[in-house]
Ligand binder design. Structure first.
Ligand code: NAG
Ligand code: NAG
Ligand code: NAG
Ligand code: NAG
Length: 367
């Protein structure tokens, strides 16, 4: 009780002293008279909004000042960011890595359709299943198809076994591996995208259409070719189709693998096609290649491609045949289901080969 009374006394005393000081200062500075008389306006603004300087040197200096501003800098490397995100931020200005394995002549006869599959070094079985099924190269439905696999490096530092000898055997044998010298990880898939856009322009600029997708999807190549054959010229020029996601944004819950805090990204994602697979024209590929240096890397590759499309003034089109979130269980074992689809995710290597064999059954009787 005594303690409470002492506290009360202290609070009352402090409040009274504050009121007294306020009155004293207010009187002194004339607030109670019309304070405007006493205010002197500065002739020069004390603070001006930071604008990019027209002087080249000044602009460079502003960029350096901004980059080394300790408050801004510490903002983006806050201790509570997940490790992968700190790692991403550290490398987000690196877009170019040397190519380790290339197939410079693979498009000497420009294919009608280039199938580019995002793979990883250990996924030998997935690549082989794709070669034996939907990624079969050569003439498909009287159209030329070329398949390549896009790889980074499986680093020893990430405890990957050393598969380099097997990979070089595979590459010798099939001549369809493209590999760059950077750490292949989920959050570096955007690097793969940027390097691939560059690769198309140097190695395969005349492929009419490009499909880019994962190595765990089934693709009905016949359905793609049929769909392309039915497009008007203007439509096919600006083509970018897939399973389009609109009004999405980053996950804000820390427990989710893809968590991205507001200190890194604010806003809604532009419409983007799910990274399981999408189809686009050579012209769109060229436009993405031009625009991508003007779009800051983002750790999620399909979102990044959506950002580039948006910057280029293009809108991805949705197509019901791209099932990146799978199909209902009861339809999965029915061969007829796959006739009308373009893509289903996910499928194992064995399932890929099985579904492919279903597509080619001449006695298949589907309505
Ligand atoms: C920003 O981070 C650096 C390096 O971690 C540290 O030395 C500096 O004190 C930090 N500055 C502020 C304002 O937190
Ligand atoms: C196959 O394609 C070539 C060239 O694209 C064309 O000249 C030919 O008529 C086609 N053949 C059939 C059977 O459609
Ligand atoms: C991306 O690749 C670079 C270069 O190999 C690597 O240093 C970095 O750790 C990778 N980033 C992520 C998020 O894996
Ligand atoms: C309809 C269809 O898929 N036909 C293909 C079946 O497989 C042969 C080769 O084994 C192809 O030539 C057909 O185009």
């Amino acid at each position: 009780m005594a303690l409470l009374r002492v506290r009360l006394k202290v609070v009352v005393t402090v409040t009274m002293v504050n009121v007294f000081l306020f009155l004293l200062i207010a009187r002194h500075s004339g607030w109670d008279k019309g304070f405007q008389d006493n205010v002197r306006l500065a002739t020069k603004p004390f603070w001006s909004k930071m604008m990019p300087s027209p002087g080249y040197w000044n602009l460079q200096q502003q960029i350096l000042d901004f980059r080394h501003n300790p408050i801004l800098a510490n903002h983006s490397t806050a201790a509570d960011l997940p490790d992968w995100l700190n790692d991403f931020l550290l490398y987000m200005n690196c877009r170019y890595y040397p190519i380790l394995v290339d197939q410079p002549d693979i498009c000497r006869d420009p294919p009608f359709l280039l199938l580019a599959v995002k793979s990883q070094a250990p996924h030998f079985d997935r690549r082989q299943a794709i070669r034996q099924s939907w990624g079969r190269v050569g003439l498909v439905a009287n159209r030329t198809v070329v398949t390549i696999f896009l790889l980074g490096r499986a680093m020893a530092g990430d405890y990957h076994p050393d598969l380099s000898a097997m990979l070089s055997y595979e590459s010798e044998r099939h001549k369809d591996i493209i590999q760059w010298d950077y750490r292949d990880s989920f959050f570096n898939l955007t690097v793969k995208e940027v390097l691939f856009l560059e690769w198309i322009q140097t190695r395969c600029p005349s492929a009419s259409f490009i499909f880019k997708g994962d190595d765990d999807v089934f693709v009905n190549t016949y359905a793609i070719l049929k769909y392309l054959a039915g497009l008007s010229e203007t439509k096919s020029d600006e083509l970018f189709v897939g399973d389009v996601i609109t009004n999405a944004g980053p996950h804000r819950e820390k427990k989710i693998k893809y968590f991205i805090p507001e200190s890194i990204f604010i806003g809604v994602y532009p419409p983007y096609a799910g990274g399981g697979g999408y189809l686009f024209s050579a012209r769109v590929a060229a436009r993405l290649h031009v625009i991508s240096p003007r779009v800051a890397l983002y750790p999620i590759d399909d979102v990044y491609t959506g950002m580039c499309l948006s910057k280029a003034g293009l809108v991805p089109q949705n197509h019901k045949g791209f099932k990146t979130f799978n199909i209902e269980e009861k339809y999965r074992a029915n061969p007829c289901t796959y006739k009308g689809l373009i893509l289903v995710h996910p499928r194992t290597p064995q399932e890929m080969i099985q579904i492919w064999s279903w597509l080619n059954q001449s006695d298949l009787n589907c309505q």
